[in-house]
Design a protein around this ligand. Structure first.
Ligand code: NZQ
Ligand code: ZN
Length: 386
């Protein structure tokens, strides 16, 4: 196990009607609250009304930043920073999914500096010296942003989608009511689950492979997500399934399963480039890239892929080579993505093969883990995704 530091300071209120904890949380902050949300789903399903009512009872002055788009863009962050400054905002409440929460995190860092948020943090990787406090009300099980300190923003003009994380950017609290996810469109439920599975794999398929407890948790989490997604697809209002998916989203990226692991994250870098050029949903891009990425790197760690095939997909191993078992396991993952209706090729997300060169050129390179990744390697992975 690699050395680690771990601290997760997010207070989680989980369960049916968890919003009842909002008044006590808001009481800690001043009167001017910026409510941040997306394209309007919270107005249709009643969450907006519930939040506004509580804010009124708490005598808060509510300002609203609405229309945060999926794959949130720099413009929205600048708009939010302006609103914070003009209205002397004391606290922000993000109500929505990863896009709304990430936009809020960028506003949190950007509104407490005179410098340009994009250049300073997302490009320059500068230290976040101060942050405006915020809480979240989660409406989709996907990114884990509700319980981590990272955010992903897109600069659409420059075709750059990139992340920034800092320990000052954890939400102060997150309210997780599984019932809020009942109204999710089916495709968003699927993309969210793919994202959760992908986060687990970014940690699991990396060195060291030393019987780390994180890997055991990762396998259990993977099986739980698959089982509960299968139920939720058939019964969208099954509380048990939605509750498990919601908590799995947090567990997959709140730091726990990353403990002691090198982690990979190259699939995410490639997906971010796909979204930066073609604005596709994050989970859709991951469903296309992750199985193909694994096919590209498995040869350097076949034993881990045998373990994955046997433990997660119960693939019989007797009499087979490690390579065959490994490829069967990855094939099963890809087949599962097809079965649930996620795209598995670039063509299915309307990305032409001719774009592969520019997408590879625009991909942020990280060291990877099993297989050190060059730009040529990224191109080869994308060619497998055609
Ligand atoms: O905008 P509204 O109208 O609210 O609709 C949203 C949006 O269209 C809809 N939705 C969410 N909850 C709903 C609902 N519709 C009906 N009922 C509900 N209860 O779902 C759509 C997608 O929402 P979005 O917030 O974009 O989804 P997600 O949570 O998957 O977030 C994706 C963004 O997060 C980034 C992604 O790259 C992408 O930009 N990520 C953030 C991470 C992090 N901060 O830790 C890590 C991830 O790897 C990821 O990169
Ligand atoms: Zn992700």
């Amino acid at each position: 196990m690699r050395d680690f530091n771990f601290c997760n300071p997010v207070r989680v209120h989980f369960g049916q009607n968890a919003i009842r904890h909002l008044p006590a949380e808001l009481a800690d902050y001043g009167p001017n609250v910026l409510l941040i949300y997306g394209g309007g789903s919270i107005k249709k399903n009643g969450i907006y009304d519930a939040v506004i009512k509580i804010m009124g009872e708490q005598k808060k002055n509510v300002f609203e930043l609405s229309g945060v788009m999926a794959n949130p863009r720099t413009e929205k962050v600048y708009e939010g920073i302006e609103m914070v400054r003009e209205n002397n905002i004391d606290f922000m409440l993000a109500v929505g999914g990863g896009s709304v929460i990430d936009c809020t995190k960028a506003i949190s860092a950007g509104s407490r500096t005179d410098k340009d948020f994009w250049e300073t943090f997302f490009i320059g990787r500068g230290e976040c010296q101060d942050a405006l406090p915020f809480g979240t009300i989660l409406t989709i099980a996907a990114t884990g942003s509700e319980m981590n300190s990272g955010g992903v923003i897109t600069n659409w003009e420059k075709k750059i989608k990139t992340s920034y994380g800092h320990r000052r950017l954890f939400p102060k609290f997150s309210i997780l009511d599984p019932i809020y996810t009942y109204t999710l469109p089916k495709n968003q439920m699927i993309y969210g689950a793919v994202d959760i599975l992908s986060h687990i794999m970014e940690a699991y398929f990396s060195y060291p492979d030393d019987g780390n407890v994180s890997d055991d948790i990762a396998e259990a989490l993977t099986k739980n997500v698959i089982a509960n997604l299968n139920v939720a697809l058939k019964e969208p209002t099954n509380y048990h399934a939605r509750a498990n998916l919601m908590w799995a989203s947090s567990l997959a990226l709140n730091g726990i399963i990353n403990i002691g692991k090198e982690q990979d994250w190259m699939t995410h870098q490639i997906e971010h480039a796909l979204s930066a050029f073609y604005d596709i949903p994050h989970g859709a891009g991951l469903a296309v890239v992750h199985p193909n990425y694994l096919k590209y790197v498995y040869g350097n760690a076949p034993k881990k892929f045998v373990r994955y095939a046997a433990n997660v997909w119960q693939i019989p191993t007797a009499g087979k080579t490690e390579e065959k078992i490994a490829l069967e396991g990855i094939g099963r993952l890809q087949q599962y993505f097809r079965e649930i209706g996620a795209p598995t090729t670039l063509a299915e997300v309307n990305i032409p093969a001719e774009a592969i060169g520019e997408i590879a050129a625009g991909t942020n390179l990280l060291p990877g883990s099993y297989h050190p990744m060059t730009r040529e390697d990224v191109k080869n992975v994308l060619l497998l995704c055609k």
